[in-house]
Write a protein that binds this ligand. Structure first.
Ligand SMILES: NC(=O)c1ccc[n+]([C@@H]2O[C@H](COP(=O)([O-])OP(=O)(O)OC[C@H]3O[C@@H](n4cnc5c(N)ncnc54)[C@H](O)[C@@H]3O)[C@@H](O)[C@H]2O)c1
Length: 258
């Protein structure tokens, strides 16, 4: 295949959970620019519809679907609606996730469970429901969104539940890659460092001084721009990465080097 075609996704169908804003929104746009039809799946339907509209204005095909990824029935309905609308699923990006800062010794049970529920159970439910369809067709690329927090412990903020959930996503990704490789279904994860999205802006409201500290801890000396995830996402979704499965693509401005 010519190098210009390796990154194209014309005729492919993608679902992006958490696609309504931040990194998910940018990946929806990137996949659409590469030629894919994109289902913007999110619990915030209004915002998801705006992203789908934006893609249609660009000339692409896109639909918004409301889903809470912690509810298995809703995740399965998301898959059925996608199949009814587009007939197949080639790409899944499991991006929906939440963050919170809280000391471990003070953490209520609900907060621990909520972060694990969205960040780990939600990713598993989406991978399982979409994976079943991909296995039938012997074709698929799944991209989970973990974090550098699944590899290192962030400082100075406390977020044991978030870190544990992201480490689990990395091992879940490798496990699924191992189980589904015989079916030509690849499963990889992108592990971002600090990216300037709403999630991070909201967290920084508590401690604005952390932004400068994080930059000092990052070899590239800056936070990531949300649109910088488009390239890694399209690379892992496309034939450009056809022999890559079970990999952790770290995009953190070098944070994990130090
Ligand atoms: N921003 C960062 O610095 C950073 C770094 C590493 C990893 N990540 C991960 O990237 C992913 C996206 O983060 P972001 O910064 O774009 O966050 P964001 O808060 O801007 O966007 C998250 C999206 O997920 C949706 N969502 C949340 N819970 C959901 C649920 N139960 N069901 C369906 N949708 C749900 C939200 O409505 C929102 O649209 C998360 O998994 C996050 O942990 C972010």
């Amino acid at each position: 295949m010519h190098i210009n075609d390796l990154f194209r996704l014309d005729g492919e169908v993608a679902i992006v959970t958490g696609g309504a804003q931040g990194l998910g929104e940018q990946m929806c746009i990137g996949l659409a620019e590469a030629g894919a039809s994109v289902v913007v799946a999110d619990c915030n339907l209004e915002k998801a519809q705006k992203v789908a509209e934006y893609i249609r204005d660009l000339g692409g095909l896109s639909e918004a679907i409301e889903v809470d990824v912690t509810k298995r029935v809703q995740v399965e309905a998301m898959v059925q609606k996608t199949l009814e609308r587009f007939g197949k699923i080639d790409i899944l990006v499991a991006c929906a996730g939440i963050g919170q800062w809280m000391k471990a010794e003070e953490m209520p049970e609900e907060d621990w469970k909520r972060v694990l529920d969205v960040n780990l159970n939600g990713v598993f439910f989406a991978c399982q429901a979409v994976g079943r369809e991909m296995i039938k067709r012997r074709k698929g690329s799944i991209i989970t969104i973990s974090s550098m927090s699944g590899i290192i412990v962030n400082t100075p903020q406390a977020q044991a539940h978030y870190n544990a959930s992201k480490a689990a996503v990395i091992m879940l990704t490798k496990s699924l890659a191992s189980e589904w490789a015989p079916y030509n279904v690849r499963v990889n994860t992108i592990a971002p460092g600090y990216m300037e999205t709403q999630l991070v802006v909201d967290l920084l409201k508590q401690y604005p001084e952390y932004a400068e500290l994080w930059k000092k801890l990052t070899p590239m000396g800056r936070l990531g721009r949300p649109e910088e995830i488009k390239g890694p996402c399209v690379f892992l979704a496309s034939p450009a990465s056809s022999y890559i499965t079970g990999s952790v693509l770290v995009m953190d401005g070098g944070y994990t080097i130090w």
